[in-house]
Design a protein around this ligand. Structure first.
Ligand SMILES: [Zn+2]
Length: 366
């Protein structure tokens, strides 16, 4: 049984009615997990409340005070300076502090469980990797993956953060950019075409931490085979060299070809190979969610990922009692629409160029 932390208050984490980060994706996921009987393998718990000091591991006191004030409906001067704006990615909303605490406390609980000896713990509502110490960004208020890394560091000498979200895991990268005890690895659609505009191969960490930040940026229309080729060429080498003792895994489901926010062209089964690779390492894992905005893909991709980490094989056809069985009949994708040959060629040559650079880096200083 792996601890699975879920605070229903997280369903209040919605910036607005039309915002793509919909609580429905979590409700469907939980229903699908139960329909498959996976909850029998999960020790489902509401996380305990956390002290503010857990947030302050990563965020500044000034920023925390701003989040609390906005949450209470108090006017805040220059809210946009802190990443909040009515028409941006992070419109302020009442109860924001409590809603952000809900996912953060679940990550803290999962990280504590692994720090204290659990081989695996989940917070699928976490993985909000864009937040910076003093700034909300890309739907993220608190950077819970970075907090998880900090908690694991209390026990483990070297912690790896692996991010398979569509977007670059920029917040986590910058937070540990000077810290040689934390390896951050992110595979994502290149910042050349997508938010947050970072995550290039030459962002390698600084000072003693040089080489402990690894980015694999990919072009629009990258398919399963190219994504996996890049992953397999770089990630195992980076891990080998760093020798992590524990892992924080961010499992954003938005690289899927049906996701509305980006242009990677993955299937559920292609993406989950990275999760299976993490399991094969046999290291302690804090498994977090992340992005994913298509309601017919996110619940099945996370079900696949959770089952993979648990080592449970599921029938591909979803249970008949699942209320969205008609819309989500299978976990995997029966077929993926082909991409235009010119797009494929561009994706491949872009990938090869990144591999050439990274291969040299990993060789030079190993
Ligand atoms: Zn994302």
């Amino acid at each position: 049984m792996a601890p699975y932390f879920y605070d229903p208050a997280v369903e209040q984490y919605q910036f607005s009615e039309s915002h793509p980060l919909k609580p429905k994706r979590l409700q469907l996921l939980n229903e699908l997990l139960k329909a498959y009987g996976l909850d029998a393998h999960l020790d489902w718990q509401t996380p305990p409340p956390i002290p503010e000091s857990e947030i302050l591991r990563v965020h500044t006191p000034e920023y925390v005070a701003v989040v609390q004030a906005i949450s209470r409906g108090e006017p805040v001067m220059d809210a946009h300076r802190w990443g909040f704006s009515l028409y941006g990615d992070n419109p302020p909303f009442l109860g924001m502090w409590e809603a952000a605490l809900a996912y953060t406390s679940a990550t803290v609980a999962a990280a504590r469980a692994v720090r204290d000896g659990a081989p695996l713990a989940f917070n699928i509502t976490g993985g909000l990797h864009h937040a910076l110490p003093h700034r909300a960004s890309g739907f993220c208020i608190f950077n819970d993956p970075a907090i998880a890394v900090a908690i694991l560091r209390e026990r483990f000498q070297r912690v790896a953060y692996l991010d398979i979200d569509l977007h670059h895991g920029d917040g986590v990268q910058w937070i540990f950019y000077h810290d040689p005890s934390v390896l951050t690895v992110s595979i994502h659609e290149s910042g050349k075409w997508l938010f947050p505009g970072t995550g290039f191969v030459n962002e390698l960490g600084e000072g003693e931490a040089y080489g402990t930040s690894i980015n694999i940026p990919l072009a629009p229309f990258t398919e399963d085979d190219l994504w996996w080729e890049a992953f397999e060429a770089i990630v195992p080498r980076a891990f080998d060299r760093f020798q992590p003792e524990a892992i924080v895994l961010q499992m954003g489901a938005d690289p899927h070809y049906l996701d509305p926010l980006g242009h990677l062209h993955l299937s559920a089964q292609g993406w989950v190979r990275a999760v299976a690779w993490v399991r094969s390492l046999g290291l302690p894992v804090v498994a977090l969610g992340g992005g994913g905005y298509n309601l017919t893909t996110v619940p099945r991709m996370w079900t696949l990922a959770i089952a993979t980490l648990l080592g449970v094989e599921l029938p591909d056809e979803t249970p008949a009692q699942f209320s969205w069985h008609d819309r989500i009949p299978r976990l995997t994708d029966a077929s993926v629409p082909p991409v235009d040959p010119a797009d494929r060629q561009h994706a491949e040559s872009y990938m090869r160029a990144q591999m050439a650079f990274l291969g040299k880096i990993l060789k030079d200083d190993s």
